[in-house]
Write a protein that binds this ligand. Structure first.
Ligand code: SAH
Length: 221
C-alpha cells in the first residue's frame, strides 16, 4: 500500500537526496515523487525503499540508489517522446522513471526471474510504454534501433560496440565502465556523426554479463 508514511518518505528522498545534490529537471523530480519505489523492492524491504543506498532485489542483483537513478536519467537529457533502450531491467524501477518522459522504453534483462517480476511491477503501475525483453543487453536491441537514449545499469569492462552502433545522431549513452570493483559513469554522445565521451563520477554497479560483460570468474577481482 502507498501509505502516508511512504509518501512522506518519498518526498523527503526527493528533497534531501536528489534536489540537494543538484538534480533540478522538473519532470524527473515529479516522476520520482510519483512512482512508488517500494513496490519495486521485495516486501520485507518496503520500509527501506526510500533510503540513500542500493537494495537487494534477489538473484544477487540490486536496485540502484535513488540518486544514481536520477543522475543517470538526467544525463540522458530527454525532452519527450524519445525511443530509449535500457540494459539491466532489474526491478523495473529505472524503466518506470524513464517511461515518464520517453515515448517508448525498450529494456533488456539477462535473468528471467527478475524480468518476470519487473514485468509484474510495471503492470501494477499501469505503465504501458515499456517493452521488456529477456536476453543479452550487451548486444543492444537492433530491431528497435536507433535510440536517442541508451542507459546501462550494469558495469561493463569496455563500452559494448553494438550499443554505440545503435545510438542515433544526437543521442546519448550513459554507462558505468571500468573494473568489477569500481567504475566511471560515462556519457557518450553522437554528434555530427562523431562520438565523444566524458567521465562524470565514480560509481559501483553489479557486473554486466554476456558477450560484452564479465565472466563469473572475474567477479572476485
Ligand atoms: N535498473 C535496475 C537496476 C538493475 S541492476 C533497477 O532499476 O532496478 C543490473 C541488472 O543488470 C541486473 O538485473 C542484471 O541481471 C542485469 N544484467 C547484467 N548483465 C546483463 C546483460 N548482459 N543484459 C541484460 N541485463 C543484464
Amino acid at each position: 500500500m502507498d501509505t502516508e508514511d511512504l509518501r512522506l518518505a518519498r518526498s523527503e528522498m526527493v528533497e534531501s537526496q536528489i534536489v540537494a545534490r543538484g538534480i533540478h529537471t522538473p519532470w524527473l523530480l515529479q516522476a520520482m515523487q510519483k512512482i512508488p519505489r517500494h513496490y519495486f523492492v521485495p516486501i520485507e524491504l518496503h520500509a527501506h525503499a526510500y533510503e540513500d543506498h542500493p537494495l537487494s532485489i534477489g538473484s544477487g542483483q540490486t536496485i540502484s540508489q535513488p540518486y544514481i537513478v536520477a543522475l543517470m536519467t538526467e544525463l540522458l537529457d530527454l525532452h519527450g517522446g524519445e525511443n530509449v533502450l535500457e540494459i539491466g531491467t532489474g526491478s523495473g524501477y529505472q524503466s518506470a522513471v524513464l517511461s515518464c518522459m520517453a515515448g517508448q522504453v525498450h529494456t533488456v534483462e539477462f535473468i528471467p526471474a527478475l524480468a518476470k517480476k519487473a514485468a509484474e511491477n510495471l503492470r501494477m503501475q499501469q505503465i504501458n510504454n515499456v517493452i521488456l525483453y529477456i536476453g543479452d543487453g550487451g548486444l543492444g536491441f537492433s530491431d528497435a534501433a536507433p535510440y536517442m537514449g541508451i542507459l546501462v545499469t550494469a558495469a561493463a569492462p569496455v563500452v559494448p560496440a553494438p550499443l554505440l552502433d545503435q545510438l542515433a545522431e544526437g543521442g546519448r549513452l550513459v554507462i558505468p565502465v571500468g573494473e568489477v570493483s569500481g567504475q566511471q559513469l560515462q556519457v557518450w554522445q553522437r554528434q555530427n556523426g562523431e562520438l565523444n565521451m566524458r567521465d562524470v563520477t565514480p560509481v559501483s554497479f553489479v557486473p554486466l554479463r554476456g558477450q560484452h560483460g564479465w565472466k563469473e570468474s572475474d567477479w572476485g577481482k
